[in-house]
Ligand binder design. Structure first.
Ligand code: 13P
Length: 280
C-alpha cells in the first residue's frame, strides 16, 4: 500500500529505527525488495536516482514501482533519488512519485536554498514530500570526497531547514556513495548535534558497507532513512557469478529468479540492521 514519505519517516523517527530506501534498477530488484519487506513486515522505500536513468529509464521504471506499491501488503513509498533539476523533479511528480530528493548539494548554499524552496512550493501543491541534501555526500572512489570539509555544518543545517521547510534532510558525516575502500568511521557527534538542533528526519546516503556499530548509532540518533544501492548490485552480481559457475545448463528464467533472490537477501540483511522488521 502507498504510504506517504512523511508518514513513514515520522514513525521511524519517533520509534528510532530506519526505513531502507533501496535503489531498484530492474524489475528483479523491485520484486526482491518488496518480497523482503513483506516477509519481514517492514515499511520500505523503493527509489531510482537520476544518474541511473540511462540504463533504468524513469518513465519505464515508474509503472513497475507504482504497481508494486499498490499491490504490496506493507507500506511502500516510491521516491526519486538525487533529482538534479527542477524539470526532472516535476517529471517524477507527474509520474506519481510520492517523494522527491532534490540534490543541490554541489551548489552554493543560497542557490541550493533557492532551488529547494521552489521545488518544495510545487511539491506542496501536488502533495509530494521533499528531501534535500546539505553538505556533500561524495563518491567513495574520489580522493577529493574523502575529506571532512564537505560534512554538513550544524548552523547551516538549521538555517537551511528553516528557509526551505523540507520534510527530510540528507547529511554528510563521512558517508560516501559506492564501494568504500575501507569501512568508514562516521562522525556520530556531528549527527547528534544536527539532530538535537533540528529534530527533523535525517537521511544517510551511501549505506552500503557501513559498519554495524555506525548503523546502530545512526538509527538511534535521528537517521530514519538509509539509502542502499551498491550492496544490492554486488549481491546480484555475486549470485549470478556463482550460478554460472555451478550450474551446468544455465537458463534465462532461472537467472531471473537468482536476481530476485539476491535482491531480496540483500534487502533483508539491511532491514534487520535498520530494525524496521515488524514495524509494518
Ligand atoms: P550506496 O550505493 O553507497 O549504497 O549509496 C546509495 C545511495 O546513497 C543512493 O542515493
Amino acid at each position: 500500500m502507498f504510504v506517504p514519505f512523511k508518514e513513514i519517516l515520522k514513525d521511524a523517527y519517533s520509534n528510532k529505527y530506519a526505513v531502507g530506501a533501496f535503489n531498484c534498477l530492474s524489475l528483479e530488484n523491485a520484486m526482491g525488495a518488496i518480497q523482503a519487506a513483506e516477509e519481514l513486515r517492514s515499511p520500505i522505500i523503493i527509489q531510482l536516482a537520476e544518474v541511473q536513468f540511462p540504463y533504468s529509464p524513469m518513465e519505464k521504471m515508474a509503472p513497475v514501482f507504482i504497481e508494486s506499491a499498490e499491490k504490496a501488503s506493507i507500506p511502500v513509498c516510491v521516491h526519486l533519488d538525487h533529482g538534479q533539476s527542477l524539470e526532472t523533479c516535476v517529471r517524477a511528480m507527474k509520474l506519481g512519485f510520492q517523494s522527491i530528493m532534490y540534490d543541490g548539494a554541489n551548489l552554493p548554499l543560497e542557490e541550493n536554498i533557492r532551488n529547494t524552496k521552489e521545488i518544495v512550493r510545487i511539491a506542496r501543491a501536488l502533495n509530494v514530500d521533499i528531501e534535500a541534501e546539505l553538505g556533500k555526500v561524495g563518491n567513495a572512489n574520489s580522493e577529493q570526497d574523502n575529506v571532512s570539509d564537505i560534512f554538513t555544518d550544524v548552523d547551516e543545517s538549521a538555517y537551511f531547514i528553516k528557509e526551505t521547510a523540507v520534510d527530510a534532510l540528507a547529511i554528510a558525516i563521512g558517508n560516501l556513495h559506492g564501494k568504500y575502500v575501507a569501512t568508514p568511521q562516521l562522525n556520530i557527534e556531528r549527527l547528534q548535534e544536527i539532530n538535537n538542533r533540528n529534530r527533523l528526519p535525517l537521511v544517510l546516503h551511501g549505506g552500503s558497507g557501513t559498519s554495524f556499530e555506525d548503523f546502530k548509532s545512526c538509527i538511534h540518533n535521528g537517521i530514519c532513512k538509509i539509502n542502499v544501492a551498491t550492496a544490492i548490485q554486488i549481491a546480484v552480481t555475486n549470485k549470478l557469478e556463482k550460478y554460472f559457475k555451478t550450474v551446468s545448463n544455465p537458463n534465462y528464467i532461472d537467472m531471473k529468479y537468482q536476481m530476485v533472490e539476491a535482491s531480496k537477501e540483500a534487502v533483508i540483511e539491511h532491514m534487520l540492521l535498520f530494525e524496521s522488521n515488524g514495524k509494518a
